[in-house]
Every structure is written in C-alpha cells, then in structure tokens.
Design a protein around this ligand. Structure first.
Ligand SMILES: [Fe+2]
Length: 244
C-alpha cells in the first residue's frame, strides 16, 4: 500500500481520483492480507480480518451476488457466436492485465445490446434498474496459474458487473478455477461453465478468481452497467477504508 495515494491527499473535487484511490487502497490491502492461490481457512486470523473488514462495505452494496444460466435470455446461436468471437479475441489479441488476459469486444458482443434486453435481465435477477452496458471486455485465463487477486472494481467500469462465461475447459473439474467473493460470512465460491453468469456489485463486493490449472482455460464476457434506480450518490471520501 506504500505507493497508494491517500484519499484525503486528493483534490476534494476530484471525485474520479478519490474513487480510484479508494478502490486501489482496498485492492492493495487485500493483496497484502491474503493471496488468491492460498485462500485462508475459516478459522484463521486472516479470514477473521478480511471478513470483518468486508462487513463494513456491506451496507453500501446494492445487492448480493447472483448466479444462474444466461441461456434463459440468450439464444443458443448467439452464445455460440460469442464463444467464437471471445475465444479468438483472447487467443489472438489478448493483453495481460493483473494476472489475466483482456481483449476488446467485437461486433458480436456489440450486437448483444440490440438483440437482448440486458437491463431487463438485470432487473429480473437483482430488482435493480440499470442503463444499457457502457463498458465491455473479454477476459481470459489461459495459462497455468493465471488468476485474479481479490479486489474491488474501478467505479468507472460501472456499478453492476455481469460476467458471462463463454467457455471453461476443465481437464480436472476437481480444483478447477472459481470466482470467489469475500462476504462478511466468509468466502463464497462460484463455479463457471459455458452459459453461466454472475451478476454483482463489483465496487462493494470484493472478488477474485483462483488460478487455472495446466490445460484449463476460461473465457468470459464482462459487462458494466450504471444504476438508474435506486439513485446512488457515493461520497468516496466518507467510505470505509481497511484498518487492520
Ligand atoms: Fe473485478
């Protein structure tokens, strides 16, 4: 955390800067406190520290994470096209970010906005009103030990994050990579498979992804939404920061 700017050192009118500093402070603190490839056990001090600190974020959280099958809303043929575009993008144009691979979305993902009413999907799943997604990226975990440390999302990506799994090759389903959320009650692990989704408030729900094993590959489409209702007015300089 040594190179993380303190929120109070920023211009008080610089809301974007304050938001980014707050997000970085939490993410650095998680990295200093536990590692995603060696998760703390439930009766350890590390677990007690991360759950008690995370409990201070809960009242700001719009809703707890939801998971399910996107096939309830996404036609099979469109999913197949997304799988092809996403896997090619990660393999051919992926660039490394924080231990994983990102790639820009292409015309198939962009057509998703016209073909599927995604704000209605979010409303049905989480009873929350959002705009059309304003941010999208493909994410890949393609090399052994690719993973993502616990973090909170940059507020610029959106208030709500919908992650659709396009592909998950699991040579050994036991010990396969999972998304893990830190909650006040402990860690919540969510497995992925083609067509599964997770919807969550990425800004106030710390999360990460455990490492992929040799031969394992994951390709995801991540979409960011802004909330319309309930109104969200965040005072970044008044939010809790980790103390432990
Ligand atoms: Fe994230």
């Amino acid at each position: 955390m040594s190179n993380t700017p303190a929120a109070d050192a920023l211009n008080p009118d610089d809301r974007a800067g304050q938001a980014l500093a707050w997000m970085r402070r939490w993410s650095h603190w998680f990295r200093d406190t536990c590692t995603i490839d060696d998760l703390p056990h439930c009766d350890t001090r590390a677990m007690s520290v991360i759950t008690s600190e995370t409990s201070r974020l809960k009242r700001h959280q719009l809703f707890p994470p939801h998971s399910g099958s996107i096939l309830d809303w996404l036609p099979d043929d469109l999913l197949a096209e997304l799988v092809e575009e996403g896997c090619s993008a990660i393999a051919e144009r992926g660039y490394q970010v924080d231990g994983k691979w990102n790639a820009e979305v292409g015309p198939v993902a962009e057509s998703l906005l016209d073909l599927v009413d995604l704000p209605s999907v979010v409303r049905r799943v989480a009873s929350i009103h959002v705009t059309q997604p304003h941010a999208a990226t493909y994410i890949g975990y393609r090399d052994e030990n690719d993973s993502l440390d616990f973090h909170v999302d940059a507020p610029g990506f959106g208030d709500v994050n919908l992650i659709i799994c396009l592909n998950h090759d699991k040579p050994d389903p036991l010990g396969a990579s999972e998304t893990v959320f830190v909650t006040p009650e402990g860690l919540v692990r969510i497995a992925s498979s083609r067509g599964s989704f997770i919807l969550f408030d990425g800004v106030f729900t710390p999360h990460g992804r455990t490492p992929v094993r040799r031969g394992e590959q994951v390709v995801l489409l991540s979409l960011g939404f802004k909330v319309v209702q309930p109104k969200r007015a965040i005072r970044w300089d008044h939010l809790p920061i980790p103390e432990a």
